[in-house]
Design a binder for this molecule. Sequence first.
Ligand code: ATP
Ligand code: MG
Length: 332
Amino acid sequence: RPRVLSGIQPTADSFHLGNYLGAVRQYVALQETHEAFYFIADLHALTVTPKPDELRRRTRVAAAQLFGAGLDPDRAAVFAQSQVREHSELAWYLICQTGMGEAGRMTQFKDKSARYGESTASVGLFTYPILQAADILIYQADQVPVGVDQKQHLELSRDLAQRFNSRYGPTFKVPNPYILKEVEKIGDLQEPTAKMSKSSSSPQGILDLLEEPSALRKKVMRAVTDTGSEIVADEENKPGVTNLLRIHSAISGVGIPDLEARFAGQGYGALKKEIAEIVVETFGPIKERTEKLLADEAALDRMLAAGAARARAVAQETMEKVRDRLGLLPTS
Ligand code: ATP
Ligand code: MG
């Protein structure tokens, strides 16, 4: 079975619709056909120095949402990134293989550091994509399901794998991004040309998985739309409606042309009302299962520990080889 690997950050109290459609839903589907490794990226979250209690809580909430969304601990290894320490170790080795200029071209760092202020942004935020390469390469992953915002980072992972292999001999599999065009970038409801984001969207622009139905409905009904009243997909002139049609289509499975035909002659309100209902229907059961899982923290922690043990076995196998290739002495 080919291997699939992906991670998601515990940087908010809930995942949002973009995370769900762009990533988590694919995680669940791929566990059927792939050997699957999914982690909560607590080491990545450290780049923005969260409060310890908040990080602990959000990591558990993230794990519960992954299981709540349908990940099966018997099929997928689900764990916290920090529980497999080899991620950090490999990150150092790869940092030493990365050029300053190469790292400096990462657009997500530019966006995020601009938000925190270039001089207050941590070095960790800068090296983040290299840790991400370590996350992927350590499991010899074939496929990495992500949204399109991660495409550049995936490219770096591929470059680092190839570079390491040519410098030190075949060691890493070169991973492929798994990006579904239709859901690669779900837009913010208030600013549809920007991606819906845990850390940069305002609460009004983001639909949280764990949100109350009444709040979800309100936000959908208040989503920004465009001039004119026609319901047609037109990225250039109608980014708001296009985003809404994409969301509807991704959840309902109805193609966009069929939706355009179905809503012809109706106003934006009709489309929004339907979206609000299908979002609530989709999120409701996930929220319920998530809350149930969070009620027994010890059991949840055991599920993560079991996932980490399986992941660690694979990571350690890779690391034995990596250390030897680099010329480091055996640890025992
Ligand atoms: P942050 O703002 O803290 O970076 P985020 O919302 O970008 O949070 P991540 O945890 O960084 O969420 O990303 C988890 C996964 O969700 C990644 O695969 C990412 O590509 C995907 N993703 C995030 N936002 C969207 C979106 N709006 N549309 C589609 N996929 C998305
Ligand atoms: Mg992100």
